[in-house]
Design a protein around this ligand. Structure first.
Ligand code: NCD
Length: 291
């Protein structure tokens, strides 16, 4: 199985992947991580996951500078060659359609670990896993905050939320950073109950169950959005949130999620990041066993 977009999954497949968490199966395989954009969590958690499964890893970080890409090699040629060396490829690339392009030229499974401002399907699987683990259900009110336009984790998460009944979504952003049209259309077509807001305090006053914060994707826009500062959580807003709500963030965070809030049990983003190892182990197994 390849993982290209969160849109490819149904609920059964997601549960099948999660059922592989803590599987005793060992893999005598090699994973290559080809990362052509910065990453800490995604790359390291895939690599640690592969080592924990008994496999091995070869990787290029900053592929555009340190691999043959700088000598003019195309993504297609790199994938053709690397797929003849290894058993599975985890790819992060600045172009939206990079994972589809890679799949066409690969003889091994491709996992999209972030395709420009498009998608980040394995983060979304990890986010759903975290919500299930923390809240025990998916039919919740989700408040998605920040750079909804360029935030690929948000896009993939919405595709997965579309699979569950009783989901309600509040989209909180500056006007200029609203969700791309095609994803808003997905929400409408699925009949998900949603609303768009441009004030975080107002959205919090509706007492959502899950608040999903994101940073401004500065590397994807050269405009500086002065108003972004108001999309910041603080103690006052936390005091208005329900006791059993959680705050997620794919990380890295900027000022939108201040460090001073970390002692609050409802800030779940570090538990979310830690779940990356088990979910990504399950994803790797799922790719080999075609769930
Ligand atoms: C995210 C990404 O790369 O899209 N990070 C991650 O994978 N956890 C979020 C971000 O960079 O803001």
């Amino acid at each position: 199985m390849n993982i290209i977009s969160a849109e490819q999954f149904d609920r059964r497949q997601i549960q099948d992947i999660f059922s592989l968490v803590h599987s005793p199966v060992k893999l005598n395989k090699i994973l290559s991580s080809l990362f052509d954009e910065p990453s800490t969590r995604t790359r390291l958690s895939f690599e640690v996951a592969m080592y924990r499964l008994g496999g091995n890893v070869v990787s290029t970080e900053n592929a555009s500078q340190f691999s043959s890409a700088i000598k003019g090699e195309t993504l297609e040629d790199s994938i053709k060659v690397v797929s003849s060396y290894v058993d599975i490829i985890v790819l992060r690339h600045p172009e939206r359609n990079s994972a589809e392009r890679a799949v066409r030229h690969s003889s091994v499974p491709i996992i999209n670990a972030g395709s420009g401002d498009g998608e980040h399907p394995t983060q979304a699987l990890l986010d759903v896993y975290t919500v299930q683990k923390e809240m025990g259900r998916m039919d919740l009110h989700y408040c998605l905050v920040g750079d909804l336009k360029h935030g690929r984790t948000i896009h993939s998460l919405i595709y997965l939320l579309g699979l569950y009944e009783g989901v309600k979504i509040t989209l909180v952003s500056l006007d200029e950073l609203r969700l791309p049209e095609e994803i808003l259309k997905f929400i409408k077509d699925k009949g998900i109950s949603y609303k768009c807001m441009d004030s975080l305090p107002e959205a919090i006053s509706e007492r959502p169950d899950v608040v999903y914060m994101t940073r401004l994707q500065k590397e994807r826009t050269n405009i500086s959005y002065a108003g972004y500062d108001s999309f910041q959580l603080n103690r006052e807003l936390m005091s208005k949130l329900k006791d059993d709500s959680i705050v997620l963030h794919p990380l890295p965070r900027n000022h939108e999620l201040p460090v001073e809030l970390d002692g609050d049990r409802r800030i779940a983003c570090f538990r979310q990041a830690a779940n990356g190892i088990e979910v990504r182990s399950a994803i790797i197994l799922g790719c080999f066993y075609n769930v």
